[in-house]
Design a protein around this ligand. Sequence first.
Ligand SMILES: [Zn+2]
Length: 138
Amino acid sequence: MTRVPVAKGVFTWPADEPQLIGSRCAGCGIVTFPAQDSCPRCASTDMAERLLPRRGRLWAWTTQEFPPPSPPYSGASGDAFVPYGVGYVELGGEVRVETRLTQAEGLHIGMDMELVLVPFRIDGDGNEVVTFAFQPVG
Ligand SMILES: [Zn+2]
């Protein structure tokens, strides 16, 4: 089965050790994810791509108990939906990323997390669409 990314420009692809693609403002130094064309803090358009660290710390989380609104959500729904963890992971002390988590139990604030790619759905062409998530390290 061919694996395809859920969207272009979200994470490096293909890659053995994928990284999220953010952006950094040359004017004020703020780092954003996803990448943006203009700075949300100072409105500068001098934004450069920045590959984010693969590891970070869990900042907050909750459990997604029901399918999110669709669109944009395009994953399993109805009886096929399985609750999953969602949260914020702080990367490099410079940006907090809203992300799916690989588990909804056994988490605690500040724990070390790392980026992984996980199956999300099968598209109309039979490709396995993968998205990013964070899982506890080790
Ligand atoms: Zn800025």
